[in-house]
Design a protein around this ligand. Sequence first.
Ligand code: F3S
Length: 756
Amino acid sequence: MAFDIDMIKKVYANMTERVDAARDIVGKPLTLSEKILYSHLWDGNPTKAFTRGKDYVDFAPDRVACQDATAQMALLQFMQAGKPKVAVPTTVHCDHLIQAKNGATSDLQHAINTSNEVFNFLESVSNKYGIGFWKPGAGIIHQVVLENYAFPGGMMIGTDSHTVNAGGLGMVAIGVGGADAVDVMAGMAWELKFPKLIGVRLTGKLSGWTAPKDVILKVADILTVKGGTGAIVEYFGPGATGMSCTGKGTICNMGAEIGATTSTFGYDESMERYLRATDRPDVADAANQIKDYLTGDAEVYANPELYFDQVIDIDLSELNPLLNGPFTPDLSTAVGSTMNEKAKANDWPLKVEWGLIGSCTNSSYEDLSRASSVAQQALDKGLKTKAEFGINPGSEMVRYTTERDGILEIFEKLDAKIFTNACGPCIGQWARYEDPKNAPKNSIVHSFNRNFAKRADGNPNTHAFVASPEITAAIAIAGRLDFNPMTDKLINENGEEVMLDEPTGWELPPKGFAVDDNGYLEPMADGSGVEVKVASDSERLQLLTPFEPLGDSITGAKLLIKAFGKCTTDHISMAGPWLRFRGHLDNIANNTLIGAVNAFGKKTNFVKNQLTGEYGGVPDTARAYKAAGVKSIVVGDHNYGEGSSREHAAMQPRHLGVAAVIVKSFARIHETNLKKQGMLGLTFANESDYDLIQEDDTFNFLDLNEFAPDKQLTIEIVHADGTKDTIKVNHTYNQSQIDWYNEGSALNLIKKENAA
Ligand code: F3S
């Protein structure tokens, strides 16, 4: 059902051959990250060494995982590819669209009532195209992947930034946008800039109140939220092997918070134990046969400075529990008196109102059992908890097992709310307030990963601090941000002073994992007869129609907006309330570029309609041009489209009739997304030509019929007074990308090739 052992054996068979070849070609010992990357090249055996941080390389990932919010557009696009089945094993997980309010049973039912058409759509598409489907309530994507699909030495991509969690089981697992997932599902190569490598040597041993979470909180403190950008973080050393597999998952999970491409650990006994405990002894056996290939070469770890671009040392024996926040995950404060000083200096509320335990980051059996050992002490020592507890287990298997073992009951005795096995409060899906925007200033502590303003409850005044589950439990009991369980006493109901003992727990359930219904639906072997239903009046889902090719003659195109300054994918396709329309291109297109500042007038969402002379919103103006059969042009500044890999930021302008985006420079992923949608993504050959663009400009492409790799294009710009400027623009299209353009989109081309 869950994993494909034959596929894994094939990966391992390739791995031995390819790693040996790569070592010869690179001419030095290899890190684990390099072993996985070189053994997953699209072209098979390595034939050249790649330059880290420079070369773009085509890879062949083993798996794809999608969550329910991002899967909608990814699957709608995949349906356009004309393939009968996905090309690599793929799963869909319903976890983001479930609100946390009253507790699991009623919250899950509410989610089903409100998002059933989305869940049904995802289920039927999954069934049709051979995709494993995890129902709402089955669990959070990354915990479920770790329990069922992750395997040492594998490569996977997922449409969620915390896909990196699977590094805890020795994978190179990377979060991507839907367009990349579609490529891989459709059997195309997946491109990535060959990452730089950061080595983290872990020595010593975790003990007492310190947990794996503190390792990544420390790394975030050292590297900051940008320090891992473009790099794989590889952990090694005796401290790494001494840690549980799920603890490693926590560390890799929060690699996303330092901007790392991904993080990973070499295969070791903790991973073998986890594989066997999660009913995958054959994966463990297969991994044991090629152990040396599933970790970095010994020479690398002996002299890491020679092989990594950067090396960080952390002695786990010296590490203390940390609280990171508020509002950013890299602001570290040691638990205890330092927090008292900092909170007073910064006016952070010292009173803690909630302690939330769970999310994809920290919801393993070990996490819940250790946190419950702290909670149990509140019961045993007559302590009344000062803050409220909320728990969201990572999977039904963890929930069922922790319920069976009496762990959840401990929290329930403290009046904890046990939320659905889903993201809930981690993604703003926490119905904590009637009116979150005007809710009071307060502090919460959670064991999640992100703590940006409004992330948990929509309240900009909630100060969220990230900590390990055990520290979260202790602080929730004490109700104070500056509580240090290692030194501070609490007063119990009898007026006695008591202290909390160090947490204890089990790495894995002593009686084994168990589950009644894990929430998994296996797709039909032949799904060709499955009908995917989308109501024509649905406001959340809309089947896509293929984009028409723009052709080799674009003339009379009107300027839609000249974006001024920063224009990220959030400016192009805003998130927040618009997330609801992620599966409905026409509806979500109503947010197109509404966050971009118009260079003329410096307002947002206020542009001139050249056909009427009137000013209006960007989407309405684009629709007016489209209705009149006039193509439109977007002009932008530097690094246009930075931010997320959201394909909506390219699909929406395309849907609204934008033919070309001409900018000083692009964020590369967005540039590629424009190409995939069959649009023109161009850069000014002469940057200052940006200044030539006026509000009433019309664009004529003079030599688009000669569109070819490495050849500039020429555009005539006709101004309102009839004067003209002729400019050159550069592009980075190779021949296959020009073929995408000629066919109207990459998916149109795949479909055509399939039909041939
Ligand atoms: Fe969900 Fe939060 Fe993880 S949104 S996937 S629990 S980061």
